[in-house]
Design a protein around this ligand. Structure first.
Ligand SMILES: Nc1ncnc2c1ncn2[C@@H]1O[C@H](COP(=O)(O)OP(=O)(O)OP(=O)(O)O)[C@@H](O)[C@H]1O
Length: 650
């Protein structure tokens, strides 16, 4: 047995002094921003600036074809047949448009030619039939396009959502402590939502392009000057639409952080989790006031944006109107100077309207598609990078690891300038029970997560069987881990799945019964209406709720059931009744027969049987040894002894 070693802590503030320094609590600083902090979500400004830099007219024009190709690729992956049918419909619609326009010229030519009215109508009949057929078929194709889009879009959205969730599960745990990660997740999620508009907008752009190509061909045949004039007329509207898309995107980005706050406040005010405290503490009006403030800030930004969009739209429309006047003036001029026949002018009128509508469609749907594309980029990037935190570890697999070590390991949370734990040396082989104790915030849970490979150390290293956890396949590593965190996840699944986590090896196996019995979950299950098949979810999900202590038993059963070599129990008995707690600690030795056990707890009496007790203070190891050794330390310097005696007095 090692001698208790009082390790100098940094900074060396004895527990007593630390408590005394906290005796006078500081004045409450948060007075809605008067002198302290107000609720403000801290995002990464760099992302926003980068995103906005991309929203230019040129970028948009260059990006559109790629976006359409991307949309088609995604749609193809989601539903190849429906996507092919959609494309065929669009091409057919374009061809019919051209036929319709040419038939218009023939019809007008026949009707206004000299001769008997009956003969003229007979001559016009074939082109009239073509015209009617083209219009009717185009309408039918329109219906088919709507139906096919409605089929592809939900599949596409579902697929996009699944990929996003998968990418998020592949991010390092530390990602959640980076504000940029949450922002990127939000933007990517918005990408999934905006995907609902992807197919309709793409369809609109393709349809408008097909229509434009058809009408432009016909117009060029009628007179070559018409088309360039028209295209020129569309420029002001195009510029205005791009500007509006930029304002919309900027507004979304500017309000992203506030919307996060709104979402978080909404959850705190409405969720069952805090519902009892919300009522009993009468805090609701105060929270609603905070909600209102954030809401006002969002409204301010959106109102401002709406005003700027209206201004840009008005300018675009005015310039577009002048351009349209020029085009129509040109048609009148060509007609008046006999450079164009009356029949051609009649068709030109229809053709001009078609081209103008198509250009308007390309500009409007194109700018909407571009907005969708910006979010789509965020989604795409998240899939590749998991918000910049994709797990990139090794692939080494350890079947039966048996030695878990921290070697000078430390960890600093993102954005913090002080390490949560530092310079930790710890050795936990299979068969050994190590207890981590210490005051709140001394670094016990952080160290536990380092040993689990959930966090990667920012200094030193953590090894399993001598291999740095960075080299190990993380999923295989966690398959050998039984981890009971302070807050047990309440998965909305049946009791059996909540214990086996969907990894049942075989029905009625002894391991399952043993895990249920060792954790006391067997007693919980015995009271459930459908036993292990009971859905553990609140009543309104058609399930059955459990108490905090019952969930803690389920959490323990989970860890015991796993084929784990390292068992990390972080405050595993905080909600257990004394009998359940006793049973757990009595079985610690048995649990450690073929596992290494790390136990984090404040109930010091329970760690008496641990092989080694590590006393943490300010992120460092202050003392270590077995219970008797630590209790034998002088009263003035022994932190464990002081805490032990305080608990004893209680
Ligand atoms: N997600 C986080 N982001 C930033 N700092 C954190 C985070 N979690 C913990 N910390 C800080 O790291 C330090 C160690 O925290 P840790 O949770 O490891 O302490 P602990 O000893 O387990 O505390 P407790 O006994 O209260 O559970 C504390 O100063 C805490 O404020």
């Amino acid at each position: 047995m090692t001698q208790p070693t009082p390790v100098p802590s940094s900074p060396a503030v004895p527990a007593q002094a630390a408590r005394e320094s906290q005796a006078d609590p500081p004045e409450p600083a948060d007075r809605a921003g008067e002198s302290g902090q107000e609720l403000r979500y801290v995002g990464s400004a760099g992302d926003t600036e980068e995103a906005l830099r991309q929203v230019t007219t040129r970028a948009m024009a260059a990006r559109l074809p790629r976006l359409i190709a991307q949309a088609l690729r995604l749609a193809w992956a989601a539903d190849p047949r429906a996507s092919a049918a959609l494309l065929v419909c669009q091409v057919l619609a374009g061809i019919l448009e051209a036929f319709g326009l040419l038939a218009t010229t023939s019809t007008i030519t026949a009707v206004i030619s000299s001769g008997e009215i009956g003969d003229r109508l007979r001559d016009a009949a074939p082109s009239l039939v073509v015209l009617a057929a083209a219009v009717g078929l185009r309408a039918l194709l329109g219906v088919a396009v709507v139906a096919l889009s409605a089929r592809v879009t939900p599949r596409l959205t579902r697929e996009a959502e699944t990929l996003l969730l998968d990418a998020s599960a592949r991010a390092e745990l530390v990602a959640y402590d980076h504000p940029g990660f949450n922002n990127r997740w939000d933007s990517a999620d918005r990408g999934v939502q905006s995907m609902r508009g992807l197919i309709p907008q793409t369809q609109d752009v393709i349809a408008a392009c097909a229509s434009l190509a058809a009408a432009a061909t016909v117009l060029t045949v009628l007179h070559p000057v018409l088309l360039p004039l028209l295209l020129l007329g569309a420029v002001p509207r195009g510029l205005a639409a791009v500007r509006a898309a930029r304002i919309e995107y900027q507004t979304t980005i500017d309000t992203l952080n506030e919307r996060r706050i709104l979402g978080m406040m909404r959850w705190h005010i409405s969720d069952k989790h805090w519902a009892d405290q919300l009522r009993s503490s009468t805090i609701a009006p105060f929270l609603l006031d905070r909600y209102q403030r954030a809401s006002d800030r969002v409204q301010q930004v959106t109102q401002d944006a709406a005003w700027r969009t209206a201004k840009v739209g008005t300018l675009g429309a005015a310039a577009g109107g002048v351009a349209a006047g020029l085009v129509w003036g040109a048609v009148v001029f060509l007609l008046a100077t006999d450079r164009m026949s009356v029949a051609a002018a009649g068709t030109a009128v229809i053709g001009l309207r078609t081209v103008s509508t198509a250009l308007g469609g390309i500009v409007a749907s194109g700018s909407r598609l571009y907005s969708v594309g910006l979010y789509l980029d965020d989604w795409d990037l998240f899939l590749k990078e998991a918000g910049g935190h994709r797990m990139r570890r090794g692939s080494l697999v350890l079947k039966q690891p048996s030695a878990f070590r921290a070697e000078g390991a430390g960890f600093t949370y993102p954005g913090k300038d002080r390490a949560a734990v530092a310079g930790i040396d710890l050795d936990v082989p299979v068969g050994k029970v190590v207890a981590l104790v210490g005051e709140n915030g001394s670094g016990k849970s952080t160290l536990a997560k380092l040993l689990c490979g959930l966090y990667l150390p920012t200094e030193g290293r953590v090894t399993w069987d001598g291999h740095d956890v960075r080299e190990l396949d993380p999923h295989e590593l966690w398959a050998r881990l039984g981890y009971v965190p302070q807050e047990i996840a309440r998965w909305p699944l049946q009791a059996i799945d909540n214990v086996t986590l969907g990894q049942l090896r075989s029905e009625h196996e002894p391991e399952l019964s043993a895990a249920l019995a060792a954790s006391g979950t067997d007693q919980v299950v015995a009271e459930l209406k459908f036993g292990l098949s009971t859905l553990l979810a609140p009543d309104y999900w058609n399930g059955t709720g459990l108490s905090g202590g019952q969930w803690q038993r389920v959490g323990l059963a989970r860890a015991f059931y796993r084929d784990a070599r390292l068992l990390v129990l972080d405050e595993p008995t905080s909600a257990l009744d004394p009998r359940a707690e006793n049973r757990l600690f009595a079985s610690l030795r048995t649990l450690a027969t073929d596992r290494a056990v790390v136990l984090v707890t404040h109930r010091l009496a329970n760690v008496a049987k641990a092989d080694e007790i590590v006393v943490m203070e300010h992120g460092r190891v202050r003392e270590r040894g077995c219970c008797d050794e630590l209790l034998a330390m002088p009263r003035a310097t022994g932190l464990f002894r002081e805490l032990w005696e305080l608990q004893g007095e209680r």
